[in-house]
Every structure is written in structure tokens, then in C-alpha cells.
Design a protein around this ligand. Structure first.
Ligand SMILES: [Zn+2]
Length: 247
């Protein structure tokens, strides 16, 4: 029997049963195992982990743990004064594209409203979601932590909150997106990029009050929806401003 001491930090504790949170606990194993398997046997997907210290040394997921090892596991953005360390998650990708799991439709819409490139299909979930996201080389966003555990999943995030507005804050924080948000540049229905359109070209499609009070319009080449800078725009702009300084 091998005894391993584990301690998870910050939001990684959300994946653990109450008696294992924010404290060191012991895991007994029959055989030495990789630290990735050890972490996932505790219910924490490897995509959530950025830094692992075994007896104070940073290691990668393939490292085998042995009897008596003390293992500390950190999420992204948990700053810690240890160097040199092996950061396990890739640094932010140049081109961030997401695939949002079927139960997270409101999050998908909000992300698109903020200009993020989001694939969403309410019929695609579970293993099909996992396989399609990998094929499309998109970052998986899901609340199903099991889908983030396979080795082949390299970019993903497990959404913690139930509330779509908290969910998008989580995504912005996790992928460091505050500078990349472009409200009202993408269609919330079909993800196409919006194009400016002259008022006179669409005037027949507008409601009387919209016609009267608004002059700047965009149109979606994908689904023909018309967007304008109304109260929605101001609310969204305010929401984005509230992200500044968020960490
Ligand atoms: Zn559209």
C-alpha cells in the first residue's frame, strides 16, 4: 500500500467532497500511479490544473507518485513564489474559439454578444460534444467534468456557477479575455460576424420606435437578424466595463 498526501488549492476544492476541501488529505493506492490519474481519481479534471508540486518540486502529469509523497495541486492564476516551475496548461491561444456544451445555451449567447467565437448546438452533448469539439479544435466549456478528463482534451474549462452572468465572468477570468471583448460584433443566434448596414436599406423592417430613435445598424449575413445600439448595447457595455480590474 502506498500513501500519498494531497492538498488542492483555490477553486479546485469545488470538485472535492466537503471533508477534503482546503486541507491535506490522504489517499491510499495499491500501485504507484501517474499524478494525472491520481488527481482525476479525486474528481478534478486535468484541464483545471496548472501547477503540481510533489515534495516541493514542479512535475508534469506523467510523473509517478510514490509512497509518502506530498502533492500540492494549483489551478490557473494561483500565484505562487516557486521557480522554476512547470506550468501544465498552454498559455493563452492566439485564436480563441470555443465549443459550449448543450445545457449552457445562455452562456453561449452571452459570449457571442461579447464578440467571442462560439460554436453551440443544443442537440450536441456528452461524448458527441467532446468528439466534435476536438475535431473542430475548439476549447470545451462544460459543466460535465468527466468530459474534460481524457488525455486528448488539452483545452477546456469546467464551468462552476449556475448563473450565466457568473459563468461568463469565469470564462473571461480563466482565459484572460478582458481586452478581447467586442460587444455587438457577432450574432448571438448564429455566431456570424455582423456587418454595418445603412438605415435606408433596412428601414422597412424596423418597428416605428426603432426607426425614430436609432441610426446605427448592423445586420447578420448568416440569419438576417438586425442589431442596433439600443438599451441592450448600453447594458452590455456596462457589464463589460465591470470586468475591468477583475481577477
Ligand atoms: Zn445570425
Amino acid at each position: 500500500m502506498i500513501t500519498i498526501y494531497l492538498r488542492f488549492y483555490e477553486e479546485l476544492n469545488d470538485f472535492l467532497p466537503k471533508n477534503q476541501r482546503k486541507a491535506e488529505f490522504v489517499k491510499e493506492l495499491l500501485l504507484p500511479t501517474t499524478v494525472k490519474d491520481l488527481i482525476e481519481s479525486c474528481g478534478v479534471p486535468h484541464t483545471e490544473v496548472d501547477l503540481i508540486l510533489v515534495n516541493g518540486q514542479s512535475v508534469d502529469f506523467g510523473h509517478k507518485v510514490n509512497d509518502g509523497d506530498k502533492t500540492s495541486i494549483y489551478p490557473m492564476f494561483e500565484s505562487i513564489d516557486v521557480s522554476p516551475v512547470t506550468h501544465l496548461q498552454d498559455r493563452p491561444l492566439r485564436n480563441l474559439k470555443y465549443f459550449v456544451d448543450a445545457p449552457l445555451g445562455k452562456l453561449a449567447r452571452l459570449m457571442r454578444l461579447l464578440g467571442l467565437d462560439v460554436h453551440y448546438d443544443r442537440k450536441i452533448t456528452g461524448i458527441e460534444f467532446l468528439e466534435t469539439a476536438l475535431k473542430k479544435k475548439r476549447i470545451l466549456l462544460t459543466r460535465n467534468r468527466q468530459l474534460l478528463m481524457p488525455n486528448k482534451v488539452t483545452h477546456g474549462y469546467c464551468i462552476h456557477s449556475n448563473d450565466p452572468y457568473q459563468q461568463i465572468k469565469e470564462v473571461v477570468r480563466r482565459f484572460d479575455l478582458t481586452q478581447q471583448l467586442r460587444p455587438f460584433t457577432r450574432c448571438s443566434i448564429c455566431n456570424s460576424k455582423l456587418k454595418k448596414v445603412a438605415k435606408k436599406e433596412i428601414i422597412n423592417l424596423l418597428e416605428p420606435l426603432t426607426k425614430k430613435y436609432y441610426d446605427n445598424f448592423k445586420h447578420c449575413p448568416g440569419c438576417e437578424k438586425i442589431y442596433w445600439r439600443g438599451s441592450h448595447f448600453n447594458a452590455l457595455q456596462k457589464f463589460v466595463t465591470s470586468f475591468d480590474g477583475m481577477k
